[in-house]
Design a protein around this ligand. Structure first.
Ligand code: SF4
Length: 362
């Protein structure tokens, strides 16, 4: 008799570690069984982290949109000679950091393009300036791609970059630039970014040095369910080794203003079924992660609530600005009022709590 989906879900709730092939099966589910997968993930979420929905009071600061990579799925990055290109000076950055402090944030995300002229010293100056203007706030920045670029430009090992940034005030590393950790897909969606092996090596290096990070996936462009499962398996292996990931953040592809979509190489983003299954399968598969985030800026607040019923337990941040999503065509991605988060959490009979970047409750 074939192994039924319901038996598989029961076994997973009883402690079975899903295989990559089983993750592909779950991610490929198209009928009402998708809701059974979501329900199992919700049950596991309740057992693991209870009925609290968390969020972090944070602010994005975009320093520059000039980017050497110009990834096909991105509507934010610009060439230096583009009329819409910008690159803020230190005074403007310090002012933005002071504004963030006045908003009582506990985290500042420096989220920018990979400027072709930036060196290690550029990143050190940036982080030091924000540290001086916003003492005590977690500075969440520098993806493995930026670490690799700073190391290459300055001719130093990536471990040296991580140590120097930490000395300058780096709190946690952004687990972005992961996209899909399958080189065949990276060659299509982000050919200029570091490869999978480099991303994995730098994340492990950071964790080993005591710098924790998020783990992300950018799904819904041109990858298959097998690619998504491979990506999840890589993250789970890293977490087995280091325990350095704070959470898993699924980033749903926003297609409208991207080269990949315009060229017909990607569909119009993930469907609602795929958004729900990504949260649910992540909860079931990533048994060594406590927290699964839903990125409201990518999926909207109604789908965010659906993801909270499918294994997710964290709303992410207030943001105050997210040009990366809005420039790609995302609407309403700038600010999420905790009062509205409270309304949604309350609608599910759950309690909203503010957290720090590393999940201590505030
Ligand atoms: S995703 Fe990041 S690296 Fe790629 S073009 Fe956009 S800003 Fe640059």
């Amino acid at each position: 008799m074939p192994y039924s989906l319901h038996n598989l879900l029961d076994d997973t709730l009883a402690g079975h570690r899903l295989t990559e092939e089983e993750a592909v099966r779950l991610l490929s589910t198209r009928d009402r069984d998708a809701l059974a997968i979501a329900a199992a993930a919700d049950e596991l979420r309740e057992r693991k982290v209870g009925n609290v929905v968390t969020y972090v009071r944070n602010q994005n600061i975009h320093v520059t949109n000039i980017c050497k990579n110009l990834c096909g799925f991105c509507g934010f990055g610009r060439r230096a000679d583009d009329p819409e290109a910008f690159c803020d000076g230190m005074d403007a950055i310090r002012e933005k950091a002071r504004t963030a402090v006045a908003r009582n944030v506990t985290e500042i995300c420096l989220l920018s393009g990979v400027h072709p002229d930036y060196t290690l010293d550029s990143y050190v100056d940036l982080i030091s300036s924000v540290r001086a203007a916003a003492p005590g706030v977690d500075i969440h920045t520098a993806s493995p791609e930026e670490i690799a670029w700073a190391a290459e430009r300055s001719g130093v090992p990536t471990a040296t970059v991580i140590k120097r940034l930490r000395e300058a005030g780096l709190g946690t590393l952004q687990g972005t630039a992961a996209e899909i950790l399958v080189d065949e897909i990276r060659r299509v969606i982000c050919p200029n970014k570091c490869d999978t092996a480099t991303w994995v090596r730098i994340i492990k290096e950071a964790h080993t040095l005591g710098v924790r990070s998020t783990a992300t996936i950018m799904y819904g462009s041109c990858e298959s369910e097998a690619d998504r499962a491979r990506h999840l398996a890589i993250l789970r292996e890293i977490q087995d080794d280091t325990s350095g990931f704070t959470e898993f953040v699924p980033l749903s592809f926003i297609h409208e203003k991207t080269a990949l979509y315009r060229a017909g190489l990607a569909p119009a983003g993930a469907t609602g079924r795929e958004d729900i299954l990504m949260a649910a399968v992540a909860r079931l598969f990533l048994d060594n992660f406590d927290h699964i985030q839903v990125c409201w800026g990518k999926v909207g607040t109604k789908m965010a609530e659906a993801a909270l019923l499918s294994g997710a337990d964290d709303f992410g941040g207030t943001m105050f600005c997210d040009d990366v999503s809005t420039d790609a065509g995302g609407e309403g991605a700038d600010y999420f009022d905790p009062a509205e988060m409270q309304r949604i959490a309350g609608d599910l009979g759950r309690t909203l709590r503010q957290r720090t970047t590393t999940y201590e409750l505030v």
